[in-house]
Design a protein around this ligand. Structure first.
Ligand SMILES: Cc1cc2nc3c(=O)[nH]c(=O)nc-3n(C[C@H](O)[C@H](O)[C@H](O)COP(=O)(O)O)c2cc1C
Length: 198
């Protein structure tokens, strides 16, 4: 049994799965281009159906002209804390692929594959001393406009990347929630042989 961050793994796993979590308190320091590219490098090596690599990332580093425009695509509730991130990333997926016959067809696994890529980025961030916090709270229409997203692409989520700060830097309501969360037991979502409905 492994316990880290008040999280207990019932089966033996690598500590990084318990160490990774999604804080909101960030220091507001800058991240270098090289450090950020290393996180995308990890995403690059994610697996995908037929190796189509449907993930796309649009990023803005703190201290650059793009940071404010990416920040404004987030819901207000997320802007409150994500404004202290070192980098903001909009995660998109390419929803269609070109067949060898030149036809445009839906790419069934675009979201699944892109989920794998974002998580590779999150684990690499953790290993490099950063934290990555995903956000579904994005104004997708605004993101499409602001980022110039072409058709056949879906805005999946945003990610705030930062160096973790003391929870005391957060407003009261967010500070109360600032802790690693727990999980359902495996028996509630893993089934042998046949699906078990809730
Ligand atoms: C796709 C996705 C969307 C999320 N959206 C938000 C969000 O809009 N705002 C937020 O504060 N956290 C968001 N989260 C963070 C989750 O609440 C968090 O990952 C979850 O509670 C598990 O906690 P942990 O990541 O700390 O282990 C999101 C996470 C994921 C993966």
């Amino acid at each position: 049994m492994t316990e880290i961050n008040h999280r207990i793994a019932d089966h033996p796993i690598h500590s990084i799965f318990l160490e990774r979590w999604s804080p909101r308190a960030f220091t507001g320091e800058e991240i270098s281009q090289e450090e950020l590219l290393a996180l995308f490098e990890a995403a690059r090596w994610a697996p995908s159906a037929s190796n189509i690599q449907p993930w796309r990332f649009v990023y803005a580093r703190r201290g650059t002209e793009h940071f404010a425009s990416l920040l404004e695509t987030l819901d207000e509730g997320n802007q409150r804390w994500a404004k202290k991130a070192s980098a903001l990333v909009i995660v998109l997926s390419k929803t269609h692929r070109l067949t060898s016959a030149g036809e445009v067809r839906p790419a069934y696994t675009h979201a699944f594959d892109t989920g794998a890529a974002w998580f590779a980025l999150a684990l690499q961030a953790q290993l490099a001393g950063w934290h990555a916090h995903a956000m579904a709270g994005v104004d997708r229409d605004k993101a499409v406009r602001v980022l110039g997203v072409p058709e056949h692409h879906r805005v999946e989520a945003a990610v705030a990347i930062g160096r973790i700060a003391d929870p005391s830097t957060l407003p009261d309501d967010l500070r109360e929630r600032e802790r690693p969360s727990q999980r359902k037991p495996i028996g509630e979502f893993v089934f042998e042989g046949r699906f078990k409905a809730d």
